[in-house]
Write a protein that binds this ligand. Structure first.
Ligand SMILES: [Ca+2]
Ligand SMILES: [Ca+2]
Length: 366
């Protein structure tokens, strides 16, 4: 019997081609999908890396702002002194500090150029990472060293003996630095609590009352905001650029009137000033202050002990603050103290230290 021969059916050549075509047809959508997916992923990776570059550039710019704020706080931020920071990992930034009081422009639109209240640093920082750049602007204002000062003379000791004679004058007529009257009147003489206006009034006898002029008529008296002496005095001591080592000076010169540059002078002990002396900024005397001769001071004179002007022509434009342990304030001769908000603002900015006014904002690259 013939065994049926089993023949393996080998696909014909046409069949093989058919399978390949089918396979191709079946695979086509998958391949298309794969292609689209790969393309999308490449695009996405590209976009993502672009975004990452942008974020890193922003991070670099923020680091620049932080650096400028630190420099501002430590008093080493300098007008137009631009600098570059290499932050590592390919990130860097350029920092451009501009003090708006020295840029020759009217930045606040009040038709005055570079006046006292334009003393604000504009810091523009451009952060870089690879091809990306981001630009931020931040504003830093001066760290105030002084309390709010509302009058020409502020005393802090209730019942302090006040003596005003000769042609001496305590005036609340607000003077600008150029000598012009600003048009606003402040009190002439004020006391911090627990002193009272009635107490001050009781200290002024006879013609002394006529020597105190300003807001509210003659004598012009008011209550002053409290002063935190325990905080203010050490702060000023630390910030003082001029330490007066001797107890007597003739022809003392502190700061400058052209351009207006304030400084802080500190005397640990009694001080006598005579001759022809000038000052701009803050004078802090941790003892008694005696003024003879011709002294012109723009800013704030702070005396913890007694104040005495017995002769000469002294003119303080700004304010005098007297501490709570003093026992007398006396002036005669041609002594004048005239309130000046501008001079006080100038004194307040002498620290040379600046603090961020608010956060940063992003600005265009151009
Ligand atoms: Ca202006
Ligand atoms: Ca300006």
């Amino acid at each position: 019997m013939n065994q049926p021969t089993a023949t393996l059916s080998t696909p014909r050549r046409e069949d093989r081609g058919f399978v390949l075509v089918v396979l191709l047809i079946v695979m086509m959508p998958t391949m298309l999908l794969l292609g689209a997916f790969t393309s999308a992923m490449v695009q996405r990776t590209h976009e993502l890396s672009g975004l990452l570059e942008e974020e890193r550039a922003l991070l670099a710019a923020e680091s620049g702002v932080d650096d400028a704020i630190y420099k501002g706080l430590t008093g080493v931020l300098t007008h137009t002194a631009t600098y570059h920071l290499d932050l590592g990992s390919g990130m860097s930034c350029d920092v451009e500090p501009t003090n708006l009081q020295h840029d020759g422009k009217d930045n606040d639109g009040d038709h005055l150029i570079d006046e006292a209240d334009e003393n604000v640093y504009q810091v523009v920082v451009t952060g870089h990472y690879r091809n990306a750049a981001r630009k931020l602007a931040a504003y830093l204002g001066p760290v105030p060293l002084l309390p709010a000062i509302n009058s020409a003379v502020v005393v802090s000791k209730p019942g302090v003996n006040i003596g005003l004679a000769g042609s001496s004058q305590v005036s609340g007529r607000d003077l600008k630095l150029n000598g012009a009257f600003s048009g606003s009147l402040s009190p002439g003489l004020a006391t911090t609590p627990p002193g009272t206006v009635a107490g001050l009034d009781g200290q002024l006898t006879g013609s002394e009352r006529d020597h105190v002029v300003g807001a509210g008529g003659t004598p012009s008296l008011a209550l002053a905001p409290a002063i935190d002496w325990a905080t203010m005095v050490p702060q000023l001591q630390n910030a003082a650029g001029t330490v007066l080592a001797a107890n007597s000076y003739s022809n003392l010169h502190v700061g400058s009137t052209s351009p207006w540059t304030g400084a802080i002078a500190y005397r640990n002990g009694d001080l006598r000033i005579n001759g022809n002396s000038t000052g701009v900024g803050i004078l802090l005397v941790n003892g008694n202050l005696e003024v003879l001769g011709n002294l012109t001071w723009y800013g704030v004179v702070i005396v913890l002990g007694n104040f005495n002007n017995s002769s000469g022509s002294a003119h303080i434009v700004g304010s005098i603050l007297q501490g709570p342990n003093a026992s007398s304030f006396s002036a005669s001769g041609n002594f004048t103290v005239t309130y000046s908000a501008e001079a006080i603002a100038l004194a307040n900015a002498t620290s040379g230290r600046y603090v961020a006014l608010n956060g940063w904002q992003e600005i265009g690259l151009k």
